[in-house]
Design a binder for this molecule. Structure first.
Ligand code: SF4
Length: 147
C-alpha cells in the first residue's frame, strides 16, 4: 500500500518561510539538510500550496530541530535570529500561534516582499549573499499563480 503525502502541521519560526522559498538543499550539516529537504521539498512544495498547514512559533521549530547551531530552545546566533524573526513576522503579518497554509505564506511573500528587498529584510543572514533566495523570490513574482 502506498502512503499519501504527509499533510500534518509543520512548526515554523517567521523567517523560515522565506528560507523555505529559497532552499536548494544546502544547510548547516548533512542531518540539517536532509531534514529541511524532507520538509520543504517533501511536504511544502510537493503537496501543493494549500495542502500543508504551518503553525508559527516564536522559538525553535521543525527546521531547527537537527541543526548543529541549536542549543536547547535557543540558537548560537540568537541575537541575529531574533532580529530576522521580528523583521519577517512584521513583513508577513505572522505571530506565534497563527496557522496558515504554505500557499498562504507564498501569497503573503508575493504581496509584501518585492524583488530586491532581501538585502534589507534578511540583513545578516549568511545565505543571503549567495543569491538563491532572491532568484526564488523573482520566480515567485513571475509565476502566473500560486497553487
Ligand atoms: S541557525 Fe538557529 S534559527 Fe537557524 S535553523 Fe539553526 S538553530 Fe534554527
Amino acid at each position: 500500500m502506498t502512503q499519501g503525502p504527509d499533510t500534518s502541521v509543520v512548526r515554523y519560526r517567521p523567517h523560515h518561510f522565506l528560507c523555505s522559498l529559497g532552499f536548494e538543499g544546502k544547510g548547516y550539516s548533512p542531518d540539517f539538510a536532509a531534514n529541511m529537504t524532507a520538509i520543504v521539498m517533501g511536504r511544502l512544495r510537493s503537496t501543493g500550496g494549500d495542502a500543508t498547514r504551518i503553525t508559527v512559533t516564536g522559538s525553535v521549530d521543525d527546521i531547527c530541530r537537527p541543526c548543529p547551531k541549536r542549543r536547547g530552545q535557543l540558537c548560537t546566533s540568537q541575537t541575529k535570529i531574533d532580529r530576522l524573526d521580528a523583521a519577517h513576522a512584521a513583513a508577513l503579518s505572522l505571530a506565534p500561534g497563527d496557522t496558515l497554509t504554505w500557499g498562504e505564506g507564498l501569497r503573503r511573500i508575493r504581496a509584501a516582499v518585492p524583488p530586491g528587498s532581501l538585502k534589507t529584510l534578511c540583513a545578516g543572514c549568511e545565505w543571503e549573499p549567495y543569491g538563491m533566495c532572491e532568484a526564488a523570490l523573482v520566480r515567485l513574482h513571475n509565476s502566473p499563480a500560486i497553487p
